[in-house]
Design a protein around this ligand. Sequence first.
Ligand code: ADP
Ligand code: MG
Length: 257
Amino acid sequence: MTLLSIAHLSKSFDGVQAVDDVSFDLEAGQLLALIGPNGAGKSTCFNMINGQLKPGAGAIRFEGHDIAGMRPRDIWRLGVGRTFQIAATFNSMTVLENVQMALLSRERRIYSLFGRVASWKEGEALALLDLVGMTAHARRSCAVLAYGDVKRVELAMALANHPKLLLMDEPTAGMAPQERNELMALTARLAKERNIGVLFTEHSMDVVFSHADKLIVLARGRLIAQGDAEAIRNDARVREVYLGTGASFAPRAGAST
Ligand code: ADP
Ligand code: MG
């Protein structure tokens, strides 16, 4: 069964058609990049899928169930994870404690991590940190982490809920090119290993073309093209909407993932 199926999704804000009749599918284990110039409607799409925004029209089927208009918490519970939700307390805890909190929240419990519960879920949390290559940082405060490492912790926290679908709206914003590639390579590996579908946005065309299995291009709310990197790279309409934005569509010399 298709993991995520979007049909005729639309949303307008005060007469601005932010998302206009958008339809696409995402399979388990697939990395799907949603791209398009600023204001194209990417975040609005994400926020309808994660429940933050109510769709104006259309269907959002997750494993066959229409989740359009459901509450964010209920959508999360079905297995739709996202990476940008950082708790206000994030910086006051260690890397390990943050992942433990994410594991506890899956069980609908709210415990203090201070005192005797501090060791709960430690093994499971350390296993998640191992997956994202952060074991060595487990006991460090999140406040002192490098930006790229914060992103890895966010990913471990998102994985704590065993998501079937991961929504990543600009996960690499603010990162250097090499860090961007590393984070998306890690995400791609985990998606394949765990059969997780990933929907992400990303400004760097290099990163998109290197890691996405499939791309969807939005412009002014409308889906103007979809296909693999090769098809999108050669699409005249896509080149047109990106003209003047500085985006590079040329294959990199000696490109590798
Ligand atoms: P993207 O993420 O592709 O940059 P957005 O989804 O954020 O684009 O925005 C799409 C359009 O919808 C833009 O014209 C934006 O100004 C408008 N928009 C987005 N969110 C709101 C909002 N909460 N209220 C009013 N207009 C909005
Ligand atoms: Mg956006």
